[in-house]
Write a protein that binds this ligand. Sequence first.
Ligand code: FAD
Ligand code: NDP
Length: 527
Amino acid sequence: MLQPFSNIIKSQKFLQNISLSIFIKPKKHFSIKIEKKNEKENPKKLKEFDLVVIGGGSGGLAASQEAAKFGAKVALLDFVETTPHGSNWGIGGTCVNVGCIPKKLFHFSSQIKELMDFSESYGWNFDKSSLKMDWKTLVGNVQDHIHSLNWGYKTKLRDKNISYFNALGKFKTNHIIELNKRNYEKEEIYGDKIIIATGGKPRYPSISGSKFCITSDDLFSLKKPPGKTLIIGASYIALETAGFLKSFGYDTTVMVRSQILRKFDQQIANLIQKNMEKKGIKFMINTTVKNIEKQKENYEVTFCEHDLKHQKLENFETVISAIGRDPRTFGLNLEKIGVSMNKKGKIIHENEQTNIKNIYAIGDVLETDYELTPVAIMQGKLLAQRLFSNLKTKMDYSLIPTTVFTPLEYGFVGLSEEDAIKKYKQENIEVYHSFITPLEFTVPHVGENETYLKVICNKLENEKIIGIHYLGPNAGEIIQGFAVAIKIGLTKNQLTSSVGIHPTCAENFTTLDITKRSGENPKKTGC
Ligand code: FAD
Ligand code: NDP
């Protein structure tokens, strides 16, 4: 519906120097702000865009499409640099190519294996000894799906009249972007507004032999099965990866320099570790890697436990670095144009605007507490609306839900118990909790009382829920709904006066009545 308007705008040069408002329906007011341009800024008469987005990942795609929806003339650049191990991929960024999407599919494959492990008790009879992970098939099919997504994004951009450049961008001035294209050609374009959405890159340990580590950028397209694997790191990526690799049958060790999921609720982190150990995943706690050497068939890893002086050695076929990610701000010339960054290279912002007037940033590149796809998408969408329409909603960084896709998934929103105590004091919070056994686990007698629910309430505010935690099957699906309720101020009383859905795990939230303070046994028996 907006298309004809934007075409008119494009075809009528004189409109480019004025501010334009378009009324489409009586109630909807769309406005395209094209500010008076300083002619000196584009003396070479470069191709001009209302918006140039650098980076075609979760945030960049969302921002560019939203801006185009409001009639802006948009250019989107995306360029993937080949990893040291030769991996490369298409448009869509980390989430689509080397993050959320392949990770969730590998995780699902591991869940299929888990179901097969206890399928006999549900009447399925098959020869378990022939069960084997065909790595090549898994990688091939997941990559096929990713390629279809890459194709879909390109088609969408074309349909929305967004100019897509497969080019590495860097700033020449605060309005001019130099494009270095895949075919080594160069071009410069002019952007009235620029959004930096270049995401992050996996970090490698600063040790000799770190070049032998692969990362999540390589894992999901690895040509041969990883075999015996060491994963360095103890947060989202390390634990999720350990979960699926072990279930595929590979010997898996996680090297933890401090504690697992250090920034998360520690009671639940401990439960996750116990559950993973039960599945045969090994943990080296308080241990750091010192050196990696290539041997004929594998890698010799030297490591050191903190309380012991002497070093130890062990050989692994694959070493994965999962020690966090660095913002992809290098090489953009940000220092030259004066964009402020913190010590880690993350862009400092106020409502996603940098210290330079026409330059914005979204996603993992931004200084926030979150590196999550829905956060990047929401930032991009709202920013584009604020820039190109009269909608003015700002990004709300409170109560952002998340899920760690460990074998027993962990989803939560709000505060951990530790943070709740720190913020409100022990006496002002009430913690309700319960261990349950999902009905599906009762027939094969697995996972008895391993699923855990915890609700943290603020007693000073009528037991308003300030944290909700769930460790168990389908955590992401369950927590998503509660995240909405908590955002609009759910109290414990409202939660427990809601009718449950039977028989589910989530219904147990509506019947929570044991407080930690009471010391009562939170393990549930019976239906
Ligand atoms: P990205 O998606 O990284 O996109 C940035 C794009 O810009 C890339 O394509 C990059 O190549 C390109 N680029 C960089 N520099 C330039 C340049 N100079 N010129 C042109 N292009 C450039 N989040 C979740 O919410 N749920 C999950 O389950 C989840 N799982 C994950 C699993 C893994 C293994 C990883 C690594 C991440 C996961 N994440 C998950 C995080 C999520 O992927 C990121 O938060 C999200 O992709 C960030 O989006 P972005 O737009 O900021 O950057
Ligand atoms: P994180 O930044 O979450 O955690 C880094 C981990 O590596 C910590 O355990 C940290 O230990 C450890 N570490 C850091 N430096 C070293 C070092 N030099 N040697 C040994 N260990 C080290 O990183 P991830 O790589 O797991 O994930 C990156 C981001 O991607 C996450 O922040 C998350 O937002 C996103 N993501 C989201 C997922 C989801 O939503 N399900 C899944 C995967 C990724 P310590 O605690 O001691 O500092």
